[in-house]
Design a protein around this ligand. Structure first.
Ligand SMILES: N[C@@H](CCC(=O)N[C@@H](CS)C(=O)NCC(=O)O)C(=O)O
Length: 206
């Protein structure tokens, strides 16, 4: 059975759990990271020398890097559905996954860490404001993209939607006044209502 190491409070672990649930794969999740420790044990380091979560083991294959795990699970268990067969569509999806990690996540990190994981008296307001400014720029890009198509890479849900849905769960969970992005909201609501999103996109942030 697929094994997933990582605490569910991590956005990167949530991506993997959401993928497994969308693919209806049986899996075992082992809490690891932050308050759960384990990531510095010799066993864990042998699987993931970064001492970070998530890590998976599937049919003897050990993998880390959340978006790579999403790609792998899609390729192995969801070819033609979550993982597009046609190269133009597949790489369209791939592009948005890299964009999530390099652009959207980077923009939103400071606001998340400051507002959720930093005591109020120590919060860095200018860093929060900058993070909001940058993120809103990218949410406008997403809203325009989703005004033209139902899902990130076209007509149906693919691997591209997973990291971005997890990112939106985290961003829209922040105690901020959020400007409206109607197309992005419509897309996110559709994913959040899927049975596979339970225990992932309905969790409070911590
Ligand atoms: N690029 C990696 C980042 C992994 C990462 O930074 N994981 C964080 C949680 S989101 C972590 O392990 N933090 C330390 C901990 O939880 O102990 C991925 O996408 O998997």
């Amino acid at each position: 059975m697929l094994k997933i190491w990582g605490r569910i409070s991590s956005i990167n672990v949530r991506k993997v759990v959401l993928t497994a649930q969308l693919l209806e794969l049986p899996f075992e999740r082992i809490d690891a990271g932050r308050e759960f420790g384990l990531t510095r044990s010799a066993d864990y380091l042998a699987r993931n020398p970064n001492a970070l979560v998530p890590t998976i083991e599937d049919q003897g294959l050990v993998l880390w890097e959340s978006n790579v795990i999403v790609r792998y699970l899609g390729a192995r268990h969801g070819e033609g559905t979550l993982y597009p067969r046609e190269l133009p569509r597949r790489f369209d999806a791939e592009r948005w996954m890299d964009w999530q990690q390099t652009t959207l996540n980077r923009a939103g990190r400071d606001a998340f860490w400051q507002l959720v994981r930093t005591p109020e008296a120590q919060q860095d307001r200018p860093a929060i404001e900058q993070s909001i400014l940058e993120t809103e720029r990218w949410l406008t890009v997403l809203d325009g993209h989703l005004a033209q198509r139902p899902f990130m890479a076209g007509e149906s849900l693919t691997i591209a939607d997973i990291p971005i849905a997890c990112e939106m769960h985290r961003w829209w969970g922040l105690p901020l006044v959020h400007p409206a992005h109607p197309h992005l909201q419509r897309w996110y609501d559709g994913i959040r209502q899927l049975p596979a999103a339970r225990g992932v996109l309905d969790l409070p942030l911590s």
